[in-house]
Write a protein that binds this ligand. Structure first.
Ligand SMILES: [Mn+2]
Length: 430
């Protein structure tokens, strides 16, 4: 007996992975969790017969020879985890794209930094040229698109994008994908969204805006999409919602679009799981209250959020400077020689102006080249302190449309930040 299993609240990536496991391992059955996200449930209602899924375990633990555990590396995230842990005769193959340690110790594993677990299976499916039906391709596309935000999330890899191309070639239906990724919101979900809009608190943490809220909920609905929509509407960097149910337990959902806020790190105190961009945690009401959960999330946010690199870590130093009496043609020659596009004009170490290559190009009369730079330099020099953040520097440069920002400490120029530095920073090339 060989069984593929995946986490509770199965999303499309989870379902895709267990179906793909049945293609990769001949004779394996896919055990579909009873708790499914609502769009997955709707999809399965329509495609009931398309996939070979079983809903109940009718086996002896000792008869199980192999477990393929998909999209999950923690026992407690699996349904029937007690039964599964009793399968002592089984080899455990782990297929996952969650890179943090879990408590499942596999016999063999395929764990890699890709946007969706289905990409790992598609690697093997393509290698072995295993046939994929159009329905399977559509399901796999849903898994891939949902986990990668239609190939836009941070963790998306070139291999994920190639997988999408492969699935389209196998007849994956994008119209169905769009339908099931954007199912209409039901009444309860709309109510939750209104409450979030009305009650959510926003916090400024360094330069990040984070929404943290508590919502009482008396009916089980799929909440992740609502939280995601809310985060998009109010345009915060991250959002954490504590859903409190009548039974007294909590479900926390976090979403972050900032590389500086890692949802998994924030939720790991509560035994939660997920990724940097998205995660959740189920918390029993015995240990926490909703307010205590919110407090702890905020504490971790303040502790973990860094303001990013500082100007003095990225500035160029020493700075090529000139005096106000330097001739313009000399300034031009100096820039050419140094391969730079701007010079800081200093008097007694203090910045009094800036001359750029761009300014020099505007000079049309040849005789002007002999004038001192003080006649042409930009005089209102904006400067920044070495202990300011690179983000603040970027903000000044973008809002004032300037390309050179001298770094000044004790009224002396100690370095310079340029537009190129900022672009490099924004593209993560430092
Ligand atoms: Mn996944």
């Amino acid at each position: 007996m060989q069984i593929a299993v995946t986490h509770k609240d199965a999303d499309f990536d989870a379902l895709s992975s267990i179906v793909a496991a049945t293609l990769v391992y001949p004779g394996m059955v896919a055990l579909c969790p009873n708790s499914l996200q609502s769009n997955v449930q709707q999809f399965l209602a329509l495609h009931k017969t398309a996939f070979n899924l079983v809903r109940d375990l009718q086996y002896e633990p000792n008869a199980v020879r192999r477990l393929a555990i998909c999209d999950c590396n923690q026992w407690r995230q699996l349904e029937n985890s007690a039964f599964l842990q009793e399968c002592t005769q089984a080899e455990i193959d782990l297929w996952d794209h969650h890179l943090h340690e879990g408590d499942i110790i596999p016999t063999w594993s395929c764990v890699d930094r890709v946007g969706a677990t289905i990409t790992l299976f598609l690697r093997i499916i393509q290698e072995r040229q295993i046939a994929v039906s159009p329905q399977e391709a559509t399901l796999f596309l849903l898994g891939l698109y949902e986990d990668t935000g239609q190939l836009t999330y941070d963790g998306t890899t070139p291999e994920d994008v190639r997988s999408a191309a492969f699935l389209l070639e196998q007849g994956g239906d994008l119209r169905l994908v769009v339908d099931f990724l954007h199912v209409a919101y039901n009444e309860t979900q709309k109510k939750v969204l209104y409450r979030l809009m009305r009650d959510m608190q926003q916090y400024q943490i360094n330069d990040k805006r984070v929404g943290v809220g508590i919502v009482q909920i008396d009916q089980y609905v799929s909440l992740a999409t609502v939280v995601q929509l809310y985060a998009r509407i109010i345009d915060v960097d991250a959002v954490f919602v504590v859903f409190a149910n009548e039974a007294g337990s909590f479900f926390v959902i976090g979403r972050s679009k900032s590389p500086d806020i890692d949802v998994r790190v924030i939720l790991q105190d509560f035994g939660g799981g997920g990724h940097a961009g998205a995660g959740s945690a189920r918390i029993s009401g015995e240990v926490y209250t909703a307010a205590a959960i919110r407090e702890q999330i905020l504490t971790t946010l303040y502790r973990e959020s860094s303001a990013g690199p500082l100007v003095n870590e990225m500035m160029s130093a020493p700075v090529t400077t000139i005096s106000p009496d330097t001739r313009l043609h000399e300034a031009g020659a100096l820039m050419e020689k140094k391969g730079i596009r701007g010079l800081v004009v200093v008097e007694d170490g203090r910045p009094v102006g800036i001359v750029t290559l761009w300014d020099l190009k505007k000079l049309t009369l040849h005789k002007q080249q002999n004038h001192p730079v003080k006649a042409f330099m930009q005089r209102n020099v904006r400067t920044i302190a070495p202990d300011a953040t690179v983000r603040e520097a970027a903000h000044v440069m973008v809002s004032k449309d300037i390309g050179h920002l001298p770094v000044v400490a004790d009224s002396t120029v100690v370095g310079i930040i340029t537009r190129t530095d900022i672009v490099n920073y924004l593209y993560g090339m430092i």
